[in-house]
Design a protein around this ligand. Structure first.
Ligand code: MN
Length: 525
């Protein structure tokens, strides 16, 4: 299915207004550099959003720099900036967005009793004048003007009807109805939009838009209710980031508006919003965009976040023996992800491992299956999650014996005392003997540093688990470790009565697996 395809002739287009760079960027967790903001804006344009709110200079002066760059460079969507109703704010926005081929100004003022009295110290009459003035000034500068009555959902209904009629007359092209504090239910918001459509003069000449916060976990539902009532534009953010509990998330709203009925039983086909609406979003770029934002902010969405969470397309092997479509009503490919990822966990039995291995192209012997299962169990004792990636590595570990490119001959290290720790490592690489000495925070760190010097690979080991093989002072210690390389994780094991050497052996074992498997690939399809 291509983007923007009408599911049926009567389906109506919903415009996507992305405010990741404004509302999303307003919390400290999501701060981005100018470069990152511009890169993200380009990605949003590729994604197919209809409008980008590039910033709010009043709350963040550095926005001016990124906004101007975005206005100059990013083509396709309308580029908006947010302004209060003051001339100063509006001019600040205009000065930078004027370089866009499609500039827009989004101006707002609070209309609730609460905000007018306690925040603005203005009468309703004054607020009305301010709003009309701001829209007129903006309209002199740009063709696209959005007006938002801030805290609309707590505002007096008659006052809203009146002020909106006036700003429409003054030239607003989009009227946004924000649920600034996230208090609406789908029913109350649907009722509000319906009554505005019925009562506001000239409302038929503008587009109505939603801006919903997720304080009660209802942002997507309330947004869809707004659409049901007649709103045709949605303000939203990637991964749902934003003030407090965040905004309606772009991916959730867009996927709900996509026609995915082919995965639904016939009796439910009427239940899909994608039957009546569509967007121009290229949904196959959603996941890529989500990951770009995470890489810029470091703010990972919850693992169970719909559409973009890490866990969303994973299935515990042994419970959901999976074929696409059995448990996934949203085809993973339409958002650019891989579906049917098997995860192994406490509930997975032999069958789960066998199936997962088959997916990776391996046929395991019963003893190899046993080995994978016991390694999964030991990983689970120390980790909250064993991912599909971990499982793949454990299966490879059991299925393939790798040649020893690196062979540890000896480690001589200094222990105890207060002096800086050092270690000398003697190794064979491809059969040649090499000796290296290095310092470190402890003997293991020193030895690993020496090995890094020998291999030229600056990769840190992550120790997963220590297992004493018995009791008493002379027992062997089994160390399980992993290293990351080329976006994958490679496991290794080291066994020795000397705990330092056991760890160093585990590190070398990881390196051998990485050297072999990264070079030879694997037989994953
Ligand atoms: Mn907001």
């Amino acid at each position: 299915m291509t983007q923007g395809k009408k599911p049926n002739k009567k389906a109506e287009r919903i415009y996507i207004f992305d405010t990741t760079l404004r509302d999303g960027n307003q919390t400290d967790r999501n701060k981005m550099t100018v470069e990152q903001k511009v890169t993200l804006a380009h990605q949003l344009a590729k994604l197919g959003v209809d409008a980008i709110e590039a910033g709010f200079p009043e709350s963040n002066e550095t926005d001016l720099v990124s906004m101007e760059k975005i206005a100059r460079e990013v083509e396709g969507p309308i580029i908006y900036g947010l302004a209060r109703t003051t001339i100063r704010d509006i001019e600040a926005v205009h000065n930078v967005i004027q370089y866009s081929k499609r500039p827009g100004i989004h101006t707002f003022i609070a209309t609730s009793e609460e905000h007018m009295k306690k925040k603005l110290h203005m009468s309703a009459e004054q607020v009305m004048k301010e709003a009309v003035k701001a829209v007129k000034i903006s309209k002199n500068y740009v063709p696209n003007v959005i007006f938002s009555p801030e805290d609309a959902t707590r505002s007096n209904r008659d006052f809203l009807v009146e002020i909106l009629g006036r700003v429409i007359k003054a030239g607003a092209t989009v009227i946004n109805i924000p649920d600034t504090v996230g208090l609406s239910t789908p029913e109350t918001y649907e009722g509000l939009i319906a009554s505005l459509i019925k009562n506001v003069e000239g409302i038929g000449n503008v587009r109505l838009s939603t801006h919903i916060h997720n304080d009660r976990g209802l942002a997507t539902a309330v947004t869809l209710a707004g659409i049901r009532a007649g709103a045709r534009e949605v303000q939203c953010t990637i991964n749902g980031i934003g003030e407090r509990a965040g905004n309606a998330s772009l991916e959730e709203v867009v996927i709900n508006l996509k026609d995915t009925r082919f995965r639904m039983p016939r009796s439910m086909k009427g239940d899909c919003y994608g039957n009546d609406f569509y967007t121009n979003i290229k949904t196959e770029l959603i996941y890529q965009t989500s990951r770009m934002l995470v890489s810029f902010t470091g703010n990972e969405p919850g693992h169970h976040k719909p559409i973009v969470g890490k866990n969303t397309f994973q299935h515990e092997a042994g419970i959901h023996q999976i074929k696409p479509g059995i448990y996934e009503i949203i085809p993973a490919e339409i958002i650019g992800r891989k579906g049917g990822i098997l995860v192994i966990g406490a509930h997975s039995g032999k069958n789960g491992v066998v199936q997962a291995a088959k997916q990776l192209g391996y046929h395991l012997t019963p003893s190899q299956v046993k080995m994978v299962l016991s390694n999964v169990k030991s990983l689970e004792e120390v980790r909250t999650e064993v991912t599909g990636e971990d499982l793949a590595a454990l299966i490879e570990e059991a299925a393939i014996t790798v040649p020893e490119r690196y062979k540890l001959i000896d480690v001589i290290y200094s222990g105890g005392g207060k002096h800086k720790k050092h270690a000398t490592v003697i190794m064979h690489i491809d059969g040649k003997q090499v000796t290296e000495m290095a310092y470190g925070d402890g003997p293991v760190d020193a030895a690993c540093n020496a090995i890094k010097g020998i291999t030229g690979l600056d990769i840190n080991m992550h120790v997963e688990k220590y297992d004493p093989l018995g009791a008493g002072s002379g027992v062997q210690l089994k160390v399980k470790a992993s290293i990351p390389l080329d976006g994958r994780r490679f496991f290794g094991i080291g066994v020795d009565t000397d705990s330092v050497i056991a760890q160093v052996k585990a590190y070398v074992s990881c390196l051998n697996r990485a050297a072999y498997l990264a070079r030879n690939g694997n037989s994953r399809h």
